[in-house]
Design a protein. Structure first.
Length: 363
């Protein structure tokens, strides 16, 4: 992130924050608004005149942070799960968004690679809180602690490190296809003629900007559950987008796993696409298949996610919200008393229905 003075309000000198509603830097003191990248310099790698979207790259990153940027970045380390949250020197952090434990500031950011792009938050904190409240209403087996909303103000906006992966997924399948022919019967049996065909199909499926999370701290299943992210909203990286938010560092040791997961998802998509295209038969049996990924490229980007974390039964439970679209997902525990009550209610209803059916059958 840039020097502290670069995020000072040009009108009153106050510290500006990224305003989700207007998609601009806004001064909370005098309400002055400017473009999110207006205070970036050429040395930062972007400017207000740059515009456009992040470029595809077979390399992982666009470049290093400058020394001036590093001087004003801070890292908050979670002693429980090990997550490292990067923020500017004015961002206050007290709890880890992933596990809910307290985090401590360990000093200046020790280094890292600058993202190729960022998708700014579109969902405000208030909107995220309302989305959570509506979501939790549908989870009536969740313990009361989740429904009390006592920690709703602790919902956190975090830019999570992802690779947006592109390439062409090839899939080749072989097997048998079956089609019903004429039917007839005799005095004992009914017969249907089945026609058998050899299957040999393949597909080249272009895939662009598939998100693959580049950290092991967030639940990858939850992250996939709040997809898609619209890559058309991708902006060249500018520190102004992060003002008032925080961002997790990408995990360098996790890069290969990140790319492997992306390739596996791309291969699965190609396989499912070619199989679903075989629809001219009554039934089919795939006996073999093979997949290959060609022309793989990726760019390192920060994607917006709202985290609500509650600790229950000595475990962290997360509800996550796509900060661009508002799509929500969560894995929550079930209250044992509520579960038992639900089972009893179902048993009573089933018993009552069975009794009613038996009673009316007498007449």
């Amino acid at each position: 992130m840039s020097k502290l003075k670069e995020y000072e309000c040009p009108a009153c000198g106050g510290m500006m924050e990224f305003n989700v509603a207007t998609q601009k830097l806004r001064c909370p003191y005098c309400a002055t608004e400017i473009a999110a990248d207006a205070l970036e310099t050429e040395e930062d790698g972007s400017s207000a005149e740059g515009g456009g979207s992040a470029q595809d790259s077979s390399a992982a990153y666009s470049g290093n942070y400058t020394q001036e940027e590093l001087e004003h970045l801070r890292v908050y380390s979670c002693n429980s799960c090990g997550a490292e949250i990067v923020a500017d020197e004015n961002t206050a952090a007290s709890k880890c968004p992933y596990c809910g434990n307290n985090v401590v500031m360990t000093g200046q950011f020790s280094g890292g690679k600058k993202p190729d792009g960022v998708i700014p938050f579109k969902i405000t904190k208030e909107q995220a809180q309302n989305i959570y409240k509506e979501h939790i209403k549908t989870r009536w087996l969740a313990p009361k602690i989740f429904k009390d909303n006592r920690k709703i103000d602790e919902i956190k906006g975090v830019y999570v490190p992802f690779y947006l992966v592109s390439g062409t997924a090839y899939s080749h399948v072989q097997g048998k296809g079956y089609r019903n022919g004429r039917s007839w019967s005799d005095s004992q049996y009914n017969y249907t003629e089945t026609q058998e065909y050899d299957l040999d199909r393949d597909i080249n499926l272009p895939i662009k900007d598939l998100p693959s999370i580049c950290t092991d701290k967030a639940n990858s299943v939850l992250m996939e559950s709040i997809e898609p992210f619209d890559a058309n909203g991708l902006k060249p990286y500018a520190g102004g987008f992060l003002a008032g938010f925080s961002a997790e560092k990408y995990k360098e040791s996790y890069v290969q796993q990140c790319l492997k997961q992306a390739e596996e998802r791309m291969a699965t998509s190609a396989y499912e696409s070619v199989v679903s295209s075989i629809n001219e038969y009554s039934s089919k049996n795939i006996t073999s298949h093979s997949e290959k990924i060609n022309g793989l490229s990726h760019k390192y980007c920060l994607l917006p996610v709202w985290f609500f974390t509650e600790r229950y039964a000595d475990k962290a439970w997360n509800v996550v919200i796509n900060g661009q679209t508002g799509k929500v997902a969560g894995i929550l525990p079930e209250d044992k008393k509520k579960f038992i009550l639900s089972v009893l209610i179902k048993a009573v209803i089933i018993g009552a229905v069975a009794y009613a059916v038996k009673f009316f059958l007498k007449f």
